[in-house]
Design a protein around this ligand. Structure first.
Ligand code: PLP
Length: 435
C-alpha cells in the first residue's frame, strides 16, 4: 500500500538538520539535546500525524510528541481557538483577575471529571501539576510524605523529583532531595501475584511511616516502559487509602484524554482518585496542565484573600485554556477514547508476530499506548534509529532504555497505523545487535 506516508528527500538527519544542530550546540545548555550519535532531526512543521523536518523529510509520528498531539499536530480547530484567543486576550492576570476561557475550562474539567463535585487548579507543566497535588495532599492530611513507585515518572522539578522513581534522574540531585517519599515496586500484570504482594508491602510501609499523606501513582507507568499493573491493584490502592485516610493521587498526565481507550485510565477499573493530575494531550500543544480534586479535599486550601499562596504568572493562560477547550471538544466529538480502544486490537494483532522474536521480551499495551520490550537496550536504540532513518518517529523508554514506545496521535487512521506497524515489524526482523 502506498500511503505517501513517509517522504524522505535526504539521508537522515539531512544537511540542514545537521547544520542547525551545530548552531544549537553553541547556544543551548549541554544537558538538553543529544547532538551526537544520533544527531537530531530539526522539526520545521507538523500536521495531523506527520512531522516535517527542515530538510523537507516527512515522518509518521508514532509518539504524538510525548503523547501531546492526541488530536493530531496543529489540529485546525485548536489552531483557530489559539489564534482567536491570541487576537482577543493573550494573557490574563493569574490569581488576580480571571478570564472567561479559564472559567469555561474549569467548568469543562468539572463536567468530565471521573468523580462528583470536582474543583480544579490550572498550572503550566506536568511537574507543576504534581507539585500542586502534593501540596494539596499535605494541606488536607497533614502528612508531609508520600508513597510512590519505583520507575515512576512525575516530572523533574525538585518537588516532582521527590516522588520520581527513576534513579537516573534522582542520582545527580540526591544531595538536594529531602527523601520525602518511600518507594515500593510497581507491580506488573505479567506477574499476577505482584499486585497483592505490593499492596501488602504498602500496608506495612503505611503502618511504619506515619507521615505519609498521599500515594501517588501512574495507572500505567508510561516512561518506565508502559508497565501495566495487574487487575485489582488500583482498586486495592483505593481501599488502602480509604482505610488509612491517605489521599490517592493519580498522575494521568500521559494516560489521560483517551490514550488508553477510556477518557481517563482510572475508568478501566472504576477507581476514583482523590486528586487527578492532567496535562499533555489536554491542550494539544499549548503548555498547560491541571489538577482536579474532590471538593472536600481541595477545600483544604484557605479561601484566597489578597495574595494567593500558590499561583504563577501564567496561571490559566487564556490561549492555553482555549486550546484545551478545543482539544477536549475534539476528543469527545471524534470519540477518541473509543477509537483508541478499537485500535488497541489492531496494534495487538499487527505486533503479535513479534512475541516470538529472538530479541523481544514482551509486547504490551492498552488503547494506543504500547511498548515493545527488548532484552538488550542497544537493540531498542537501534530500532528507534533505524525507524527514524526510514521516516518513523518512535521513542525509547524503560528504565534501561529497553522499550520502544508507541503512542501515536489518537486520530491516526487504521490504514496508516497498520502500515507503520508493519514497517516496525520489518525493522525488528532485520535488526542486528550493535557490536
Ligand atoms: N507525569 C507523567 C506521567 C509524565 O509522563 C510526565 C511527562 O512525561 C510528567 C508527569 C511531567 O510532565 P512535564 O514534562 O510537563 O513536567
Amino acid at each position: 500500500m502506498n500511503l505517501q506516508a513517509e517522504i524522505l528527500k535526504t539521508p537522515i538527519p539531512g544537511p540542514k538538520s545537521r547544520a542547525l544542530a551545530a548552531r544549537l550546540a553553541k547556544c543551548e545548555s549541554r544537558g538538553v539535546t543529544t547532538l551526537k550519535d544520533p544527531s537530531p532531526i530539526v522539526w520545521a512543521s507538523a500536521e495531523d500525524v506527520f512531522v516535517t523536518d527542515v530538510d523537507g523529510n516527512r515522518y509518521v509520528d508514532l509518539t504524538a510528541a510525548f503523547g501531546v498531539a492526541g488530536v493530531g499536530h496543529s489540529n485546525p480547530k485548536v489552531v483557530a481557538a489559539i489564534a482567536d484567543q491570541a487576537a482577543t486576550l493573550m494573557h490574563g492576570m493569574g490569581d488576580v483577575h480571571p478570564t472567561l476561557p479559564r472559567i469555561e475550562l474549569l467548568e469543562r474539567l468539572r463536567a468530565i471529571a471521573p468523580f462528583e463535585d470536582a474543583l480544579g487548579f490550572l498550572c503550566s507543566s506536568g511537574s507543576d501539576a504534581v507539585e500542586f497535588a502534593l501540596k494539596t495532599a499535605y494541606l488536607s492530611t497533614g502528612g508531609p510524605d508520600a508513597l510512590a513507585f519505583e520507575g515512576a515518572y512525575h516530572g523533574l522539578t525538585l518537588g516532582a523529583l521527590e516522588v520520581g522513581g527513576n534513579p537516573k534522574f534522582r542520582r545527580p540531585f540526591a544531595g538536594q532531595l529531602r527523601q520525602r517519599a518511600s518507594f515500593v515496586r510497581f507491580p506488573d500484570r505479567r506477574e499476577p501475584d505482584s499486585g497483592p504482594h505490593t499492596l501488602e508491602q504498602i500496608e506495612k510501609q503505611l503502618s511504619k511511616e506515619r507521615g505519609i499523606g498521599a500515594i501517588i501513582v501512574e495507572p500505567i507507568q508510561g516512561r518506565a516502559g508502559v508497565v501495566i499493573p495487574p487487575k485489582g491493584f488500583l482498586p486495592g490502592l483505593r481501599k488502602l487509602s480509604n482505610e488509612r485516610d491517605i489521599l490517592l493521587i493519580f498522575d494521568e498526565i500521559f494516560t489521560g484524554f483517551g490514550r488508553t481507550g477510556t477518557m481517563f485510565a482510572c475508568e478501566h477499573e472504576t477507581v476514583e482518585p482523590d486528586l487527578l493530575c492532567l496535562g499533555k494531550a489536554m491542550s494539544a500543544g499549548f503548555p498547560l496542565s491541571a489538577v482536579i480534586g474532590k471538593r472536600a479535599i481541595m477545600d483544604a486550601w484557605e479561601p484566597a484573600h489578597g495574595e494567593s499562596i500558590h499561583t504563577s504568572t501564567h496561571l490559566g493562560n487564556p490561549m492555553g485554556c482555549a486550546a484545551a477547550l478545543a482539544a477536549i471538544n475534539l476528543t469527545r466529538e471524534l470519540h477518541l477514547p473509543e477509537r483508541a480502544a478499537s485500535l488497541e486490537l489492531v496494534v495487538e494483532r499487527e505486533l503479535a508476530v513479534l512475541k516470538d522474536h529472538a530479541h523481544v521480551v514482551d509486547v504490551r499495551g492498552r488503547g494506543l499506548l504500547w511498548g515493545i520490550e527488548f532484552a538488550d537496550p542497544a537493540v531498542a536504540a537501534e530500532v528507534v534509529a533505524r525507524a527514524l532513518s526510514l521516516g518513523l518517529i518512535l521513542l525509547q523508554s524503560g528504565l534501561r532504555g529497553e522499550v520502544v514506545a508507541i503512542s501515536p496521535p489518537l486520530v491516526i487512521s487504521e490504514a496508516l497505523l497498520i502500515h507503520a506497524l508493519s514497517r516496525i515489524t520489518t525493522i525488528v526482523d532485520n535488526v542486528t545487535v550493535p557490536a
